[in-house]
Design a protein around this ligand. Structure first.
Ligand SMILES: Nc1ncnc2c1ncn2[C@@H]1O[C@H](COP(=O)(O)OP(=O)(O)OP(=O)(O)O)[C@@H](O)[C@H]1O
Ligand SMILES: NC(=O)c1ccc[n+]([C@@H]2O[C@H](COP(=O)(O)O)[C@@H](O)[C@H]2O)c1
Length: 178
């Protein structure tokens, strides 16, 4: 059986990692969709699709992931009604979907997929929004992401990028909402 899970992974954190390990215990193969692949260099979406692929690939390798995985960037499209077909056109066929995103759940169910809800781990800390906030505010965050993610963020100077985005937004008079 092959499962699909999708997230923006901005960045990939330990909550995401736990989910992938749990899913791989019950399915043969896992497709990891990287959502909003076209977006980067924004406050809520600082990392490119390629950087997010690298975070996940490296994390799986460094942690000795034994399962079969496909990491596939998925761009957004303007029409929700055909998004599932768009997703299918980019991925190997999958049997079930793991997501807690209400729109993903609805659209996949409407196409007849079984949707399972992965458990949330330490959601107060394992959260992309919280990790980005801590990066910007110079609070501790490195313990919230796996080593592979940390390496990629360091390589691309991700924290500085995020701080620059905040500063640039401020200088244009827009409010940087965290
Ligand atoms: N702490 C967590 N434990 C388990 N799964 C999580 C956790 N946080 C997010 N997820 C799962 O990841 C998917 C969403 O990915 P996403 O990259 O949006 O994570 P996020 O932490 O919610 O990020 P953001 O705060 O940027 O929206 C959802 O299906 C959600 O169930
Ligand atoms: N019409 C669309 O393009 C469409 C519909 C549903 C979900 N998505 C994407 O799926 C991803 C879901 O991940 P999150 O749970 O991290 O939001 C997001 O990137 C979201 O943009 C896109």
């Amino acid at each position: 059986m092959r499962a699909l899970t999708i997230g923006r992974y901005q960045p990939f954190h330990k909550g995401h990692m736990n989910v992938i390990w749990e899913i791989s215990d019950v399915v043969d193969e896992i497709v990891i969709g990287i959502g909003s692949a076209q977006i980067s260099h924004e406050l809520d979406n600082p990392f490119t699709a390629g950087e997010r692929v690298a975070m996940i690939r490296r994390t799986l390798e460094l942690n000795g992931f034994k399962g079969m995985s496909y990491i596939i960037p998925i761009e957004d499209i303007q029409r929700n009604s055909i998004w599932t077909s768009h997703l299918e056109s980019m991925t190997p066929p999958f049997d079930i979907v793991y997501s807690n995103n209400p729109l993903v759940v609805r659209l996949c169910k409407e196409e007849g997929y079984e949707v399972r809800h992965p458990p949330l781990f330490k959601r107060d800390e394992y959260s992309g929004t919280e990790i980005r906030r801590r990066m910007i505010e110079d609070e501790r965050w490195t313990h919230l992401v796996p080593e592979g993610t940390l390496e990629v963020i360091d390589e691309v100077d991700g924290v500085q990028r995020l701080k620059d985005i905040v500063r640039e937004e401020d200088s244009y008079g827009r409010k940087a909402e965290l």
